[in-house]
Design a protein around this ligand. Structure first.
Ligand SMILES: [Zn+2]
Length: 365
């Protein structure tokens, strides 16, 4: 059982209890603002409130913790009412049925149903590439898995998908030497933006400048290094480690991120895109889909350009971000105006996420 006080709503107390040097490092990156919201419900609402939130008291005074990453200006709002809910969600039982009823689409027969790139297709052991029909960018490809169900994957397959995407990027770079910025994304099921129900990932190779959010992170990390003479990602990791929010595995740094963009966001940091990282990506996804009951997720991989560029990428690691996008049967979108234009409203507690990762890896950190 986890310590009930080991919770995101008590983050400020946890940070206060850290040794001075660790607390100062935390404060270089994060700011915490804790507040209490109060309300007075009419007696006619009491039964309903007890049913949904356990007690009327819990609703009358709610602690809200606002965490801001001062370096990247990412921000998340945690409410104890939401964070306190159990996380063992179960995937809807009819989901597999819905997924399987969608067989026979273009990705089930990619050679006839999808276009190829100008340099042809890359074939992996368990996948094949295609050219995206309506492109985000000059080079925009797909890795189409030979498994229809996007929630069925293995370590071997995840490695094969990533390797195939990288081979695709090298081929694209041979066609256009100016295209150097590789971006890999995996949208799983329709909540995540995937339009076709069949296992696939997507990749692009861009020119001129990396995508805005990646470039923003590079600049923020560069300014941090100038100001503090240390690598931002090393400090980000150390801050999470101080608080018990890391679950390292096979040398890969795994963080239950303190300012998640949405539910249960996990960040993986590695020096290179090696087999260990590919394996840990698989393990994190397995934990998401298994222990955490996630059925729709986004995964993005950031890495330095695949060929030389004028700007400074020194110390920028390979970074993987994975986020839960909620129940595919829920019609309410998880992103609203707050997430788009304010700070993200989060119901999951990073301390519970790291517990799930640690037990899934069979390790405590
Ligand atoms: Zn299919």
């Amino acid at each position: 059982m986890s310590d009930p006080a080991r919770s995101i709503v008590h983050l400020a107390e946890w940070v206060q209890a850290l040794p001075a040097a660790e607390r100062e490092r935390f404060q270089c990156i994060f700011q915490i603002d804790t507040t209490v919201g109060e309300l007075r419900p009419p007696p006619s609402m009491h039964d309903w409130i007890k049913e949904y939130f356990g007690s009327v008291d819990a609703v009358e005074r709610q602690r809200i913790v606002k965490v801001t990453n001062l370096i990247t200006l990412e921000g998340s709002l945690f409410n104890e009412l939401r964070a306190g809910r159990p996380m063992e969600a179960r995937a809807p039982s009819d989901l597999t049925q819905t997924i399987m009823s969608n067989t026979g689409g273009p990705f089930c027969r990619p050679l006839e149903g999808t276009p190829e790139d100008v340099f042809g297709r890359i074939e992996g052991d368990h996948c094949i590439t295609a050219s995206n029909i309506a492109k985000y960018d000059g080079f925009h490809g797909l890795v189409i898995f030979d498994e229809h169900n996007p929630l069925q994957f293995s370590a071997k397959r995840v490695k094969d998908y990533i390797d195939t995407a990288l081979t695709w990027a090298r081929e694209a770079h041979c066609v256009d030497k100016e295209a150097r910025y590789f971006f890999l994304m995996w949208n799983c099921l329709w909540r995540s933006g995937a339009s076709i129900v069949h296992g696939h990932a997507q990749m692009t190779l861009s020119r001129g400048i990396h995508y805005a959010k990646v470039e923003h992170l590079r600049r923020a990390a560069l300014l941090y290094r100038i100001a503090h003479s240390v690598n931002y990602f090393d400090d980000l990791y150390a801050v999470h480690k101080s608080l018990g929010l890391t679950a390292d595995y096979k040398g890969v740094r795994v963080l239950a991120y303190l300012t998640p963009i949405k539910e249960k966001e996990v960040v993986l940091i590695s020096k290179r895109l090696d087999d260990e990282l590919k394996y840990v990506i698989y393990k994190v996804l397995q934990c998401f889909v298994g222990a955490l009951g996630v059925s729709s997720f986004n995964l993005a991989l950031y890495m330095p350009p695949i060929d030389s560029v004028p700007e400074d990428w020194k110390g920028f690691p390979v970074l993987v971000r994975v986020v839960d996008r909620g129940d595919p049967n829920n019609r309410t979108a998880d992103f609203g105006a707050m997430e788009l234009y304010g700070s993200s409203v989060i119901a999951s507690d990073p301390f519970r996420v790291v517990d799930a990762l640690s037990s899934s890896f069979g390790s405590r950190s």
